[in-house]
Design a protein around this ligand. Structure first.
Ligand SMILES: C[S@@+](CC[C@H](N)C(=O)[O-])C[C@H]1O[C@@H](n2cnc3c(N)ncnc32)[C@H](O)[C@@H]1O
Length: 259
């Protein structure tokens, strides 16, 4: 197991800081400040993304899905997937996957529940996630699963075939399974900001994609429409990004069903 490196910022801890959490170091906070210089609305975008995650999880549970595979789960925070799902479906099972050692450390607290598991794994090796004994024990692959890839695929460069990763994961899941996905988009972002973000020396760089490119992740699946393929605040209405954000950092999202 790799150990926690306090000298390098981690996306999980930066996101935790954006959400107002306490599981982050000075180096993470410094990196967030760099992001906020270019995209001050990133904090709201993170909160709204969490709202999408909860709304989409609740939607899947309301459709009768009782199994959840949350890849790139992040540090435990409020309304984690197992809490949202088990409020609606008490016997729902949830497997969390993340590759950050800080998440591994804090995930131990989630494991008091026998229907919730954690894998220290990488989205870039989907076969290992599926064959992992935790997945095999908690998830019945002959029944529908909600696969969550929420705000994680923008950490996967084109060279690592993000579309192939989604395809390989969905291929292992039964008909009726759902893909719950969000992704930072260049849509509505000024070219100046997108260029600056792309040039930032982040420990794990963001791979910005257009809405058209993000929509391709849903190829072969039936989008739940309404609301369809939208910005996160449209999937989960409530607080929207401030109107004066002229160059917003937004996430595109959708939920789709495997036919
Ligand atoms: C922005 S957070 C999103 C957390 C959560 N899904 C949410 O939307 O609230 C991204 C998470 O993806 C994880 N991550 C980044 N690259 C990953 C990879 N290659 N494999 C697994 N997890 C990864 C990070 O460690 C981090 O916890």
């Amino acid at each position: 197991m790799s150990s926690i490196d306090q000298t390098k910022p981690s996306p999980a801890r930066m996101y935790d800081f954006l959400l107002g959490g306490k599981e982050n170091f000075e180096i993470d906070r410094q990196q967030v400040q760099i992001v906020l210089q270019d995209a001050p609305e990133a904090r709201d975008a993170a909160v709204i993304n969490r709202r999408f995650l909860a709304a989409a999880t609740g939607y899947a549970a309301s459709c009768g899905v009782k199994q959840f595979l949350d890849v790139g789960s992040g540090l435990p925070t409020q309304d984690n997937v197992h809490q949202v799902a088990q409020r609606m479906v008490p016997d729902a099972s949830v497997v969390y996957v993340d590759n950050d050692p800080t998440v591994l450390l804090h995930a131990q607290g989630l494991l008091n529940d026998p229907r919730t598991g954690y894998i220290n794994g990488d989205v870039m090796t989907p076969a290992e996630i599926i064959s992992n004994p935790v997945t095999q024990e908690l998830i019945d692959l002959t029944k529908p699963v909600a696969l969550l890839l929420v705000a994680v695929l923008h950490f996967v460069p084109d060279g690592n075939d993000p579309y192939g990763i989604v395809h390989d994961l969905m291929e292992q899941l039964a008909p009726g399974s759902m893909l719950i996905l969000s992704h930072v988009t260049t849509d509505e972002m000024s070219p100046v900001v997108s260029e600056r973000i792309s040039r930032q020396q982040l420990a794990v760089p963001l791979n910005l994609r257009s809405g058209k490119e993000i929509l391709r992740f849903f190829d072969g699946l039936d989008l739940v429409d309404p609301p369809g393929f939208v910005f996160t605040e449209q999937w989960a209405p409530g607080k929207v990004l401030s109107a004066d954000a002229s160059q917003p950092l937004k996430l595109r999202c959708g939920v789709a069903v495997k036919p």
